[in-house]
Design a protein around this ligand. Sequence first.
Ligand SMILES: Cc1cc2nc3c(=O)[nH]c(=O)nc-3n(C[C@H](O)[C@H](O)[C@H](O)COP(=O)(O)OP(=O)(O)OC[C@H]3O[C@@H](n4cnc5c(N)ncnc54)[C@H](O)[C@@H]3O)c2cc1C
Length: 290
Amino acid sequence: MIPAAFDYHAPGSLEDAIALLEQHGDEAKVLSGGQSLLPLLKLRLGWATQLVDIGRIPGLEYIKEEDGYLKIGGNTREAALERSDLIRTKYPILLDTTLVIADPVVRNRATVGGNLAHGDPANDHPATMLALGAELVAVGPKGQRTIPITEFFKGLFETALAPSEILTEIRVPSPPPRSGGAYRKLERKVGDYATAAAAAQLTLGKNGKIEVAGIGLTNAGPVPLKGTEAEKFLVGKAPDEKTFAEAARLAARAASPTADWRGSVEYKREMARVMTGRALAAAAQRAGGM
Ligand SMILES: Cc1cc2nc3c(=O)[nH]c(=O)nc-3n(C[C@H](O)[C@H](O)[C@H](O)COP(=O)(O)OP(=O)(O)OC[C@H]3O[C@@H](n4cnc5c(N)ncnc54)[C@H](O)[C@@H]3O)c2cc1C
């Protein structure tokens, strides 16, 4: 399929990109890796006459630890997460996540910022970022602001970003010792979107009990879902099978998936439960608790 005609802009700075977005208003769209936007335009499910490519703006691709945060530049490619020693050793939940996104060809282009900004509840990073308690930095005509991940997803393909704002950085609080996280996904075939998937992040206290718990679910409703009730249930409990079984039940109870060719509502909710249980067990093992 061939998309409708558009003008292509490749600004060299954030300021120029924001000015272009402001100038063209509803007609303009940010283009990053193009792995979600271009298919939408080709299928004529999305529309824009002005594409503002932010891929040539310097300084938006990095993975670093600073000021108590893991900081990921908005334009950082999935493939860069895969290659990062810091991600592999200290944030394996992010390695779990990127490795189940599409295929290597897509991951060479797709960006972490684009994955979140797209606002697709089927995308994998949103659940992981919900579990990790991330913050998103956006820059627009009024300057810079930080958006907690819990306030970012507003509806299906709808986020808190204003039309002229650009997601420039993802900040994940650096986990204290005895922390671990994992992402577990059920997919029909390698590279597919999730039938159901869950992210879990745990921190254990000196007494071995769970001190902090984060849970996020993929494809469990119109927006990425935070397993708030399950998280509350976990705090103060021992990280054992019985506890995780109940937390997984609570997380799945909050899910409201839609039936499609990946399965019925009942099947998807049940798989959300299974994936949450697996993610919690793997997270606890990585935290040194099981
Ligand atoms: C074959 C295939 C399989 C896929 N499978 C998966 C999968 O299993 N899991 C998964 O999570 N994803 C999957 N994807 C989707 C894709 O990987 C993500 O949505 C991608 O990461 C989006 O990033 P991008 O840089 O390509 O964004 P783009 O396609 O360039 O943009 C996507 C949207 O976000 C906006 N946007 C992008 N960057 C920014 C920014 N920095 N600030 C503000 N707005 C921005 C754009 O305007 C657009 O609306 C798949 C894609 C393909 C083609």
